[in-house]
Design a protein around this ligand. Structure first.
Ligand SMILES: [Zn+2]
Length: 278
């Protein structure tokens, strides 16, 4: 590499052998079928074939911007996906021949708490996760792996239980009662969101005098009692929808537990059984 490249006014075109002159160029790079364009950077332009090469100094600047753009593109795509966490802790622990009690002793943590983590009813803190990984001599990524799936598959998996007869005999079963309650909860959440948005709109309308003040306040009051009603249906500690969902989930071996965690073994069965989604 010519170290003085950026200082030279002309260089030879690596495409057509003509002279390239120093000029402001638009650098373009393809990433994940999108074009990232970094405009107006110093480079060399071949007037014969259109070839563009950034100067050495520009490259560092370009790379930083490109990296940022790639992160943004990736984040946009991931935002449209759902995530789940695949838990491989019990497999690794058993593979090494440690009992839950052994590991809990190492960790200075209650055996029960570890059980909760292994059954996916809760996730460990980052510190506990790192401690477990250190004790088992693995990487944290080996314990938990985050995977991104389509919303279609995620919604399907939410309402599925695993019937495992052992010896590799298993089937997944859709649980309609759970699917129905979940749908009702979604509807209530939407209604709450809309009612709250409507309230904000009304307040603004009162402020900007687009609605008679008393009329506006009356409508807000009506919305408030509607919101209370929805919340009662959804959140009542005894008969609310959320409570009903919890109870139902307790009765079935749902494959995705709270906090979106799934067993590694179950996950592998999902990949086999729902291959059309992968
Ligand atoms: Zn050229």
């Amino acid at each position: 590499m010519n170290e003085n490249k950026g200082l030279l006014e002309t260089i030879k075109c690596n495409e057509c052998d003509s002279l390239m002159r120093k000029s402001m160029i638009d650098y373009k790079e393809e990433y994940d079928s999108e074009i990232i364009s970094i405009n107006n950077v110093e480079g060399y332009l071949c007037h014969k074939c259109g070839n563009q090469i950034p100067t050495e100094e520009s490259i560092k600047y370009i790379n930083d911007l490109i990296h940022l753009e790639k992160v943004k593109i990736k984040a946009e795509k991931l935002k449209k996906q759902e995530y789940i966490l695949v838990n491989n802790l019990s497999n690794i622990r058993q593979g090494i021949g440690l009992s839950q009690k052994d590991l809990a002793n190492f960790l200075d943590s209650a055996e029960q708490r570890l059980g909760v983590i292994e059954r996916n009813t809760n996730t460990p803190t980052i510190i506990v996760e790192h401690l477990i990984a250190s004790f088992l001599g693995v990487k944290t990524d080996d314990l938990y792996e985050m995977v991104f799936i389509s919303p279609e598959l995620y919604n399907k998996l939410l309402n599925i239980e695993l019937i495992d007869h052992g010896n590799g005999n298993y089937k997944f079963k859709h649980v309609p009662t759970i699917a129905k309650v979940r749908e009702e909860i979604w509807e209530k959440r939407e209604e709450l969101k809309n009612s709250n948005a409507q309230k904000i709109r009304l307040r603004n309308m009162i402020k900007t005098e687009k609605i008679d003040r008393d009329e506006g306040l009356a409508q807000i009051e009506a919305l408030d009692s509607k919101i209370e009603e929805i919340k009662k249906i959804k959140d009542d500690k005894k008969n609310g929808l959320e409570k009903r969902l919890k109870k139902l989930e307790g009765k079935h071996s749902m494959i995705i537990k709270q906090e979106r965690v799934i067993d590694k073994d179950t996950w592998e069965k999902v990949i086999t059984s729902f291959s059309e989604y992968f």
